[in-house]
Design a protein around this ligand. Structure first.
Ligand code: GLN
Length: 276
């Protein structure tokens, strides 16, 4: 089998052209351009077998990132596996907002990422704003191990804490709190296609708002005066999250849109002194 035949096979089986190229490129460790200019290059029997295996898995909705073992996020290459949600480009919107706020939050702002997964948000913030002291929390030992390995490999100094949302942060305050929590409703029709990713990272079950409620409720006890809370949420949850933030006493409540123009991140500023 040569490169052209492998790519044709992927298309015939129903994979789109770009995905076929990404899969084969990762397997052969070459750029997409190489595949196009070397379409008569032969695959070894071992490469052909692995390609067939990856193709079958991809057609069963296994994320490309799990097959190739990594995902690009905000300029970083992150290792990912089935313990971690695959970082999404939409989440870069949250990181960009955080990076706009950080310079106004003091000389050495403290930031924390709740439900860090692969470490994507925390590591991207530390990478682009080294003066911040960055912490990251996750309940899943498998996710934390992956996040820590990513931090080591990228030589980014982030503190990792195991626990359930606020639990490992007792008594601590931050200038910036960010999270991309599970927010898909338990009966959302998109969930089956995401079945290879950790369900607990995708949905808190119910209406999808349970984790967002915990985050809004608990944030004031962990925010410094003037600190910000930024939360990613579902395309149809901006109204609910905005209402939760306002009801809890946040000011400057605002939303940011994702690449598909959906309101995807909401945030607010904690106004006063130490709060209950
Ligand atoms: N944005 C992801 C998706 O819709 C979900 C991420 C999450 O639940 N935090 O696939």
């Amino acid at each position: 089998m040569n490169v052209a035949q492998a790519l044709a096979e992927a298309r015939a089986r129903g994979l789109d052209r770009l995905e076929g190229q990404l899969l084969l490129g990762a397997l052969l460790n070459v750029e997409r351009g190489w595949l196009i200019s070397h379409d008569d290059a032969k695959l070894t029997a071992e490469q052909a077998a692995r390609f067939a295996d990856w193709l079958a898995q991809r057609l069963q909705d296994v994320p490309l990132a799990y097959l190739v073992g990594s995902k690009e996020f905000h300029g970083l290459t992150l290792r990912v596996d089935a313990h971690t949600l695959v970082p999404r480009p939409d989440t870069e919107v949250l990181v960009d907002w955080a990076l706009e706020l950080l310079p106004g939050l003091g000389a050495a702002p403290r930031a924390v990422d709740l439900g860090t997964g692969s470490g994507a948000i925390a590591l991207a913030i530390k990478h682009r704003f080294a003066a911040a002291t960055v912490s990251a929390v996750d309940l899943s030992p498998g996710a934390l191990a992956m996040a820590q390995a990513n931090a080591r490999r990228l030589a980014l100094d982030v503190e990792f804490l195991a626990g359930d949302w606020w639990q490992p942060l007792a008594g601590r305050r931050f200038e910036l709190i960010v999270s991309n929590p599970p927010y898909i409703a338990g009966d959302d029709p998109h969930l089956p296609a995401l079945r290879h990713e950790p369900r607990s990272a995708l949905t808190p079950e119910g209406d999808g708002l349970a984790a967002l409620r915990i985050l809004v409720e608990g944030a004031p006890a962990h925010l410094a005066s003037g600190g910000w809370l930024l939360l990613e949420h579902g395309y149809d949850q901006a109204g609910a999250v905005t209402a939760l933030l306002s009801a809890r006493g946040f000011t400057e409540v605002a939303n940011r849109r994702d690449l598909g123009e959906q309101p995807r991140v909401s945030g607010g500023r904690w106004p006063g002194g130490p709060a209950a």
